[in-house]
Design a protein around this ligand. Structure first.
Ligand code: SF4
Length: 243
C-alpha cells in the first residue's frame, strides 16, 4: 500500500546549492509551481487510498504561498505532514515553522548542505538555538539530511559527529538521512563520489557509535550495508523494505 506521497510544490528557492536535484531557482522567469486546486485534490484523493503522510518539497516549500492551507488540510484529514526545507534561520522562518506546526505539521527535515555557491547566508541563528525555539512546547519532530558529493565529502564526518552530538538528547530530534549524490538537476558527474570515498564512508558508518541515528538511502545499496528502514534519494523512508 502507498503510505507516503511527496509533492514538489515549487522550484522556487533563495539558495543555490551545487548539488540541487530540483534545478531550483530564484529567477522569476523560470519559476514553476503546482496549481493549488490540483494539489488540494491530490491530497484528498491520497486520503481515500490510505496514504498516511504527505511530504511537501521544492525548491523551498516555504516559498509556496498557500503551503499553510495544505498543511491544515492534511492535518484535518487525519494524515501526517512533512516538509523538506533549507530556509535561512531567521526570526521570520522561525515564525513560519511554528505557525505550520500549530496547523498540524508533523515533521521538518532540514538540510545540512554545505556545498553552496553564490550565496550570502543570512541566517542569524545556529541550528541548535534555532530548532530549540522551533520545537519548544510542541510535539513535532526534526530530521536532517546531508547530501554527500565530492564537494561535501570532506566535511561529512565532522557534520555527522557534531550534529548528532548536539541533538541526540533533544526530544524532538529523529535522525540524519545520508543522501548519496546523484547527478541530476544542477549536479554534474564531476561531483560523484570515487570508489575510495565510498569505501571510506562505508567504514566510517560501520564504526560509527551512533549509527542508529543515521538513515542510509537506496543509492547506498552499492555499499552492501544492511540499514533499515529504506530511504529514497530525498530522505523519505518506508519500513516495508529490508536489504
Ligand atoms: S538543494 Fe534545496 S535548498 Fe538547495 S537550491 Fe535546491 S531546493 Fe534550494
Amino acid at each position: 500500500m502507498l503510505k507516503e506521497i511527496k509533492i514538489e510544490l515549487t522550484n522556487k528557492c533563495a539558495r543555490n546549492c551545487k548539488h540541487c536535484s530540483s534545478n531550483a531557482t530564484s529567477n522569476i522567469d523560470n519559476i514553476k509551481e503546482l496549481d493549488f486546486n490540483s494539489v488540494y485534490k491530490i491530497i484528498n484523493e491520497a486520503k481515500t487510498i490510505g496514504v498516511e503522510t504527505i511530504v511537501f518539497t521544492g525548491g523551498e516549500p516555504l516559498m509556496y504561498d498557500r503551503l499553510s492551507e495544505l498543511i491544515e488540510l492534511t492535518s484535518n484529514l487525519g494524515m501526517q505532514s512533512t516538509i523538506y526545507t533549507f530556509a535561512y534561520r531567521t526570526a521570520e522562518t522561525l515564525n513560519k515553522y511554528r505557525n505550520l506546526i500549530n496547523l498540524g505539521l508533523s515533521k521538518i527535515v532540514y538540510s545540512l548542505a554545505d556545498s553552496l555557491t553564490d550565496e550570502k547566508d543570512i541566517s542569524i541563528f545556529n541550528n541548535e538555538e534555532f530548532f530549540d525555539k522551533v520545537f519548544e512546547g510542541n510535539d513535532a519532530i526534526l530530521g536532517f539530511h546531508y547530501t554527500v558529493s565530492k564537494d561535501s565529502y570532506s566535511k561529512l564526518k565532522n557534520v555527522l559527529t557534531s550534529t548528532i552530538s548536539t541533538f541526540k538528547n533533544k526530544k524532538y530530534f529523529d535522525k540524519i538521512s545520508l543522501l548519496r549524490f546523484v547527478p541530476h538537476g544542477k549536479g554534474t558527474t564531476y561531483m560523484d563520489l570515487s570508489k575510495e570515498q565510498l569505501l571510506d564512508i562505508k567504514n566510517f558508518y560501520l564504526n560509527f557509535a551512533n549509527k542508529n541515528r543515521i538513515r542510509l538511502g537506496s543509492p547506498w545499496n552499492i555499499l552492501g550495508i544492511k540499514n533499515s528502514p529504506f530511504v529514497s534519494g530525498d530522505g523519505d523512508f518506508d519500513n516495508s523494505i529490508n536489504w
